[in-house]
Design a binder for this molecule. Sequence first.
Ligand code: SF4
Length: 325
Amino acid sequence: MSEQIPEAPRLNPAQQQVLDELGSTDRPTFRDDLRDHLRHEIEEAIAPLLDAHHHITVDQPLFLSKRKLSLVHGCEARYLADLTDEFSWSIPAARGTVAHKAIEILITRRGNPTPLDLVNDAMDRLELDERSLGEFIRGLDEAERAELVGSVNDFVSTFVESFPPIKRQWVPVAESRSRANLCNDRVVLQGVTDLSLGRSRGNEAGKVLIDLKTGRPQAGHIDDLRFYAFLETLKFGVPPRLLVNYLLESGEPRKEQVTEDMLWTTGKRVVDAVEKLLALETGEREARRTPSGVCRFCPIQSDCAEGTQHLAVLDDAVAPASPIS
Ligand code: SF4
């Protein structure tokens, strides 16, 4: 009897859409010296800003992450409040982190685990973590734990059902870390990409960076990915080709092609952030208040008339986004 060749799994329309949108063969080529130029220009712009800040040293560098960038370019008053606010975990805040861990396990684990298996594995691993999230999970009672597992199971099930099965040949990497040390290691840019697929060939871009979002779309999400693309370029010399915000509630990919202009604009955004946050921290600049949807998660919202007024006029029917994802 002849051996049966297993049929390739059929994709549903949502999975096929993701495959079509992410699997394009359009691979732009970038110039050889792009990384050197970007690094040179950004260091030239930042170095004079550090002149009056001798406390920023190789041992105590200025760190910039996507969160810090988005805070300082969003509401400056909230950025300052965030410096002193002690973060505490809650079920809505933990959902994004547990979902990311479950999807990381999906990519690396053999076999065919169900979404619920993945979520429980993620909870077990995070629970062992010595840091505050582990402590938070260990402190949950059975009902609270079930609530967290249930809401994350929803996200992971959506991902499994709407994202095509990830093949090893796509070179998937979860939680990929990038870091750029600038100005004699006095300034450090760092970021963690939720998922990357593919890789470059020579100067030909091939990588797709994917950020998994557990809340509703926000205008600033694409800036997070542009920052990661900037870090990737400083790290490898070749930018990724595509940036994708993947919305876990709707199973929708929101994508943007990477261009050289985008990288220069992001470099400028980093320089502006360094300038602003140095001036804010020394008091040379008065913090501006810029109300938006993120006022909901602001630690000083109850004392902020602008933020409270803004929230009062927003349509509260729309569910708020997780502050963590
Ligand atoms: S409530 Fe809104 S406007 Fe007020 S400080 Fe916070 S983020 Fe800024």
